[in-house]
Design a protein around this ligand. Structure first.
Ligand code: HEM
Length: 195
């Protein structure tokens, strides 16, 4: 997938994260994330690469079927879902699946996590797609989403003939990675000095 073909996907050219790579390593230890998880995520890359659109259909279907969730993609004036906004974010979401599976925990990755956090938070939501949507995603839904996102992924991980044990290993790695990312994305929501 060409990164330049995805509007607003600015991985590699965003401000530096205030979190250091050392902080990241400690957070990885806190979530029991190891090199085995890196290997399992990379194994999931080939499993998921040709299923990205099907996964997005499930995740977007979940959001679309709950008015209080699709609300965050709505036009602030009309209250109607903004189809162009949904479509633009969907492309970056697809790329995020591949980036998560690629599991390259370097400075560029860390920097982009802070950017994704800001894009959910009022400090940068709506700016990437130049939309007039609601200003902020309520924080409580970020950790809550870890469950539907990872639970619905499991059947896709199981679709390419891997053993139950391998599927479980990939699934656990995904769970840890998404928890780790949501922990990083929480930074702009937390009061200065408390993060
Ligand atoms: C585990 C939790 C979540 C994950 C993994 C996730 C994933 C993502 C990703 C990958 C993007 C695109 C980032 C980019 O611009 O490159 C994104 C943007 C977005 N997400 Fe989430 N998200 C989560 C929680 C939520 C929740 C709870 C909502 C509310 C329904 C939500 C609504 C949005 C919106 C509106 C955007 C676009 C923000 C903007 O740039 O204006 N997300 N999300």
């Amino acid at each position: 997938m060409q990164t330049s073909a995805i509007p607003g996907y600015t991985y590699g050219s965003v401000p530096r994260s205030p979190i250091t790579l050392d902080d990241l390593a400690k957070l990885q230890e806190a979530v029991l994330f190891t090199e085995d998880d890196v290997a399992a995520l990379r194994q999931s890359y080939d499993v998921l690469a040709d299923q990205v659109e099907d996964i997005l259909d499930v995740w977007y279907g979940f959001v679309a079927s709950h008015p209080h969730l699709v609300h965050y993609f709505s036009n602030a004036r009309t209250g109607e879902p903004d189809a162009a906004y949904l479509a633009a974010v969907r492309k970056r979401f697809g790329r995020w699946i591949l980036d998560t599976a690629a599991a390259n925990y370097d400075q560029a990755w860390l920097d982009y996590q802070d950017e994704i956090g800001r894009r959910h938070h009022r400090s940068a939501k709506n700016t990437t797609d130049h939309v007039d949507s609601v200003p902020n995603i309520s924080f409580r839904y970020l950790p809550a989403f870890i469950y539907p996102i990872t639970a619905t992924l499991k059947p896709f991980l199981a679709k390419k003939g891997h053993s139950a044990e391998e599927v479980e290993r990939m699934h656990q790695a995904w769970l840890k990675s998404v928890i780790l990312q949501v922990a990083l994305w929480s930074r702009p929501y937390v009061k200065e000095g408390d993060y």
